[in-house]
Design a protein around this ligand. Structure first.
Ligand SMILES: Cc1cc2nc3c(=O)[nH]c(=O)nc-3n(C[C@H](O)[C@H](O)[C@H](O)COP(=O)(O)OP(=O)(O)OC[C@H]3O[C@@H](n4cnc5c(N)ncnc54)[C@H](O)[C@@H]3O)c2cc1C
Length: 805
């Protein structure tokens, strides 16, 4: 056995083999896969082998499309069969919400180049004749859906990898992973030690155990899952005899997926009485056995399936496959460099290895070899969870995810499991004020405050929700008087030390402010993509506070650590510094009433330390609402005291608490972009307009500079613009296609109702050469074409008089 390699991939399931193949495909050949048994000895061997592109996250859907297209390439390279059956698939909708979801998915697919279509009951019966369409409104048909041979496909990946120079050691159990001081790894196996520069954890069912060898907790959990294969079914035989093949049918109402298997059918269920498996750890001796049949937990599902597919009721069961596979708390894979570790990569938590395995392998190989993936993969980035995550949180979330696998995913939905988890000192005060809570990165965040007669629960919807009136009331309170909310959902970092300014000048593309001032700056990747959108506050020549998205903490800290430098310390203080923002025309009067400092001369983008009430605070004059506003930061231990001070001082001005729903409406009035909507690693500064914050004149070689300069010289091919939309009861959410002259020319990034202006506003990308103020386009919202116009002047405070005044 080799004793050194550049990469040791642990685990020979479909994911490990895909990673290995992609590493060779992108140019690294000194790579090795270590498998404790034979290839496919985890979840992989008992998979049903189905694949599909449908995924709520657009980039995940694109990677699923990549995975599916890859199989032909694999067959060609290796001469091996993946057992491909591109039979197409339909996803049924039995109610309007489900149908809305499919319409939204279909719309997204237009600019992704996926040829899906919406079909009605008559067509459903033609495509999938065994379906009882009673109560079905329609379905989404995807010609790319199909199934394959899990073992053949995994071995094809393995062969393609070997052809690229990779080595595969089977019956080679990894017992320890020990890091050397230089960041490389000693991988101790039954067959001896291997010195590897990098490790990839593709341990699947045992990913938790493999992670623990390096002291890492991976938030994933195995669930039991069962599918049945029937005896021969005459109707299926007839289809086969006429040269056809029955397509896949996903029936979300029955939580089932169904496909042809031989001359019969195979049907699997995501049943509600589901069961987690191996809660305290996957036994090493588990491998090629199945779990005992458990019909009890799928009784209701089977009965439902008999009604939807009556041929099943007549069919005998030939075999039952019941096995475990892993899920992360949100059902997406855990991929990428593990935060806080050097040269340790994750490729685990992949619950749909045959839809996602290719995309996971490609992404990880790009990240390792090229330094960053080609697209925004935050939805599957291992850094999307923070240090707060524990097995106690993961387990209920995984159960919830399993149960909701086929549920409608609404844009405004707040999932209830494992909540409340993390709360600030304001939790009970805000609850008493009617807070209706959402969740961000484990933290409870008020979405709005329900008053008498307003709903204490926001009904999930694709259309304007029942929080509409409360949101409008909060927006008016800000624009007409003063609103208050917490600054708890900002990621906050303290950067200190003699080299702090130099470091920031290199890490951030924008200008680093002088003491007492703030600046806004993008943070760029080496390829010039947006990886952060920061406010930098200079508290002293060697002390800076950074604020950005709360959900990106681990993502940003990983980047900061990767670029750490002597003479500078970066600390994540997101939960150590908290406070409030007050915003609206009366905000200055409220602040003035709470401090002996003169705040009348505080300019827009000033930052000062001052005592507010009895609390030491950092006060900065800036507000994401686009209004006159102040962010006031303090020690969380003093936060309640600060609250009472501001609250009492605000009473004469009708101070009103406001939540995230109002915030998102307010920011649209000024066309302010939002992280992971307008600003993400999918986009560049020039495309999004953030290039106006790049300090091209500064004497620092900031990361991404060369690409940003080239882009400035050439100009981007597309740009972010705002639209006023003739919407009805549904506004833009994300990724709706933008039509011009009968063609899809762009897509939306976000949108919503501007309660202040009474208009539906959207933001999205158009080709630069088509952009003109007033340009008329159409935006497809839930299957309906809505007229929209490009608007270049923000409908609120266009000259900034209010914000800066
Ligand atoms: C009943 C059932 C039906 C399914 N149907 C589908 C489907 O239709 N479509 C779909 O896409 N997905 C399906 N899945 C899910 C699919 O099986 C998984 O997504 C996929 O197999 C995950 O692959 P993996 O490589 O991540 O993990 P695994 O297959 O679990 O592979 C991990 C490998 O790592 C090895 N390993 C672990 N620890 C060590 C160690 N210390 N040293 C060396 N080797 C080690 C193991 O032996 C194993 O071979 C199904 C799963 C089940 C249970």
């Amino acid at each position: 056995m080799k004793t050194t390699c550049q990469v040791a991939v642990i685990g020979g399931g479909v994911v490990g083999c895909s990673v290995l193949y992609h590493l060779t495909k992108l140019g690294w050949s000194d790579v090795m896969l270590l498998e404790r048994s034979e290839l496919t000895s985890g979840s992989t061997w008992h998979a049903a082998g189905g694949f599909h592109t449908l995924n709520g996250d657009t980039n995940m859907a694109a990677l699923q499309g990549y995975t599916i297209r890859l199989y032909k390439e694999l067959e060609e390279i290796t001469g091996m069969s993946c057992g491909l059956h591109h039979v197409g698939g339909i996803t049924l909708a039995d109610n309007q919400d489900r149908f809305d979801m499919l319409l939204a998915e279909r719309a997204k697919h237009r600019f992704m180049g996926l040829e899906t279509e919406i079909v009605g009951p008559d067509e459903i019966r033609k495509i999938a004749p065994i379906t009882n369409t009673d109560g079905i409104i329609g379905a989404l048909y995807d010609p790319l859906d199909g199934h394959l041979d899990p073992s053949g496909t995994t071995h094809a990946y393995a062969k393609a990898a070997r052809m690229g120079g990779a080595t595969i050691e089977t019956h080679c159990m990894v017992r320890e992973t020990n890091q050397r001081p230089d960041g490389t790894w000693d991988v101790v196996t039954d067959k001896g030690s291997i010195h590897a520069e990098h490790i990839v954890n593709a341990g699947g069912l045992w990913a938790r155990e493999v992670g623990a060898m390096a002291g890492i907790y991976f938030p994933l959990h195995p669930m039991e899952h069962q599918y049945l294969v029937t005896d021969t079914i005459p109707q299926i035989e007839a289809i086969i005899d006429s040269g056809g093949e029955h397509p896949h049918v996903m029936d979300p109402a029955g939580e089932s997926y169904l496909r042809q298997e031989g001359r019969g059918l195979c049907i699997g269920f995501y049943e509600q009485p589901c069961k987690p498996w191996a809660v305290d750890g996957t036994p090493w001796e588990f491998g090629h056995e199945l779990l005992p049949d458990d019909f009890e937990k799928i009784t209701d599902s089977i009965e439902f399936a008999y009604r939807r597919f009556p041929v099943l009721a007549e069919a005998g069961v030939k075999s039952v496959i019941h096995g475990p596979f892993t899920f992360a708390p949100d059902g997406n894979p855990l991929v990428g460099p593990v935060p806080g570790m050097r040269n340790y990569w994750s490729a685990c938590g992949v619950m749909a290895g045959f839809s996602q395995g290719g995309g996971v392998g490609l992404t990880l190989a790009q990240w390792m070899i090229e330094g960053e993936p080609e697209r925004d993969v935050f939805a599957m980035d291992v850094a999307r969870f923070g240090d707060w995550i524990t097995p106690g949180y993961t387990r209920p979330k995984v159960i919830e995810n399993y149960q909701k696998r086929f549920s409608v995913a609404y844009p405004n939905e707040e999932l209830p499991a494992a909540r409340p988890n993390r709360t600030t000192p304001m939790y009970d005060i805000f609850s008493d004020l009617g807070a209706v809570w959402g969740q961000q990165y484990g933290l409870e965040v008020p979405n709005y405050f329900a008053q008498e007669g307003e709903p204490g629960y926001e009904t999930p919807s694709f259309r304007r929700s029942d929080a509409f009136a409360a949101t409008g009331r909060e927006v008016r309170a800000v624009r007409e008087g003063v609103g208050i909310n917490e600054v708890h959902n900002f990621g906050k970092y303290l950067v200190t030390g003699p080299r702090a300014r130099d470091w920031l000048d290199r890490i951030m593309a924008g200008r680093i402010p002088k003491p007492g001032r703030l600046s806004l700056t993008p943070m760029l990747s080496p390829k010039g993509k947006l990886i952060g959108d920061f406010t930098v506050s200079c508290l002293g020549e060697e002390e800076f506070q950074l604020t950005a998205s709360y959900g990106a903490q681990n993502f940003h800290m990983r980047w900061f650590r990767q670029h750490q430098q002597d003479g500078v310390t970066v600390e994540n203080i997101s939960d150590k510094r908290n406070g409030f923002q007050i915003a609206g025309p009366k905000a200055r009067e409220v602040l003035a009433a709470c401090t002996r400092e003169d705040v009348s001369d505080m300019r827009f983008m000033d930052v000062r330390r001052m005592v507010v009430g009895m609390t030491d605070c950092i006060v900065q004059r800036v507000s994401y609402t686009g209004d006159l506003g102040f962010e006031i930061y303090c020690d969380p231990m003093a936060q309640r005291q600060l609250w009472w001070t501001l609250w009492q001082a605000g009473q004469p001005h009708g101070i009103t608490p406001f939540g995230m729903r109002a915030m998102m409406s307010l920011r649209l009035d000024k066309f302010f972009g939002s992280w992971m909507r307008e600003f993400s690693p999918d986009y560049t500064p020039a495309e999004t307009g953030l290039d106006r914050f790049i300090a091209f004149g500064k004497d620092a070689d900031f990361i991404g500079r060369a690409v940003a300069e080239a882009e400035r010289a050439d100009g981007p091919a597309r740009r972010l613009v705002a639209f006023e939309v003739d919407a009805d009861d549904a506004d833009v959410n994300a990724y709706e296609p933008i039509w011009l002259d009968g063609k899809v020319v762009g897509f939306c990034t976000s949108g919503g109702y501007s309660h202040h202006t009474g208009k539906s506003i959207a933001m999205g990308f158009l080709p630069t050469d088509r952009i003109a103020d007033g340009l008329q386009v159409e935006i497809e919202i839930l299957g309906q074409m809505r007229k929209a116009r490009v608007i270049s002047t923000p409908p609120f405070d266009a000259d900034g008089a209010r914000m800066r005044g």
